[in-house]
Design a protein around this ligand. Sequence first.
Ligand code: FES
Ligand code: FES
Length: 154
Amino acid sequence: MTTSLTLNGRATRFSSDPDTPLLYVLRNEGKLNGAKFGCGMGQCGACTVIVDGEAVFSCLAPLATLEGRSVRTVEGLGTAAAPGPLQAAFIRHQAAQCGYCIAGMLMRAQALLDRVPNPTDQQIREHMEPNLCRCGTHTRIFAAIKDAASGGKA
Ligand code: FES
Ligand code: FES
């Protein structure tokens, strides 16, 4: 049995067991290692991807629930050579320390900016609340999101 979905804009089929969490499907079958395993319980956000415009914990989303849906991962935002605008803002603000949380942070922030291009400080704080950074770079992450929202003028 295969599951068909759109992954970073491309029609994609996965043959993993439908009960497999999307995080493992992306990393093992999809060879996309951006999304990280942190807790596997919906408590850290390291695995966050965007599904149909919403930030989703991929560790909790069985493949079967993704049939026909659109998934975006950090690999869809840009590359090391050509980072997307949000990634570039994270680099400018040196938002990453160890970097483990950053792909999830980027995807949660991107979901907000896609829906609310100019969020208030309160909206950013509330939206980003589910994602944790053990290195404590939340202040830099916040600044980077504000910077990206202002088109690099923050
Ligand atoms: S690994 Fe998914 S929320 Fe922590
Ligand atoms: S940069 Fe290390 S967990 Fe966030």
